[in-house]
Design a protein. Sequence first.
Length: 96
Amino acid sequence: MLTGKQRSYLKSLANGIDPIMQIGKGGVTDNVLKQIDDALEARELIKIKLLNNSQLEAKQTANEIAESVRAEFVQSIGNKFVLYREAKDAQIVIPK
């Protein structure tokens, strides 16, 4: 579980990154979860965009995905959300 200070730090890092994935009308499938899992292992911090035709709510979808891939929900703004999961060889050092 992230503290407020850690979440703020990750938000500041996420501000400068572009979404690496888009979820459309197909919704969250097993293939999408696998891609998110792989991306989290490679990058630790990822931003995902929900397309307008997906009919999904960003925060609810983010929490469901985070639970499925054992990640932490960082933030949701509009139709974008950020997830974090520490990788085996961590690149991001978050404050304690």
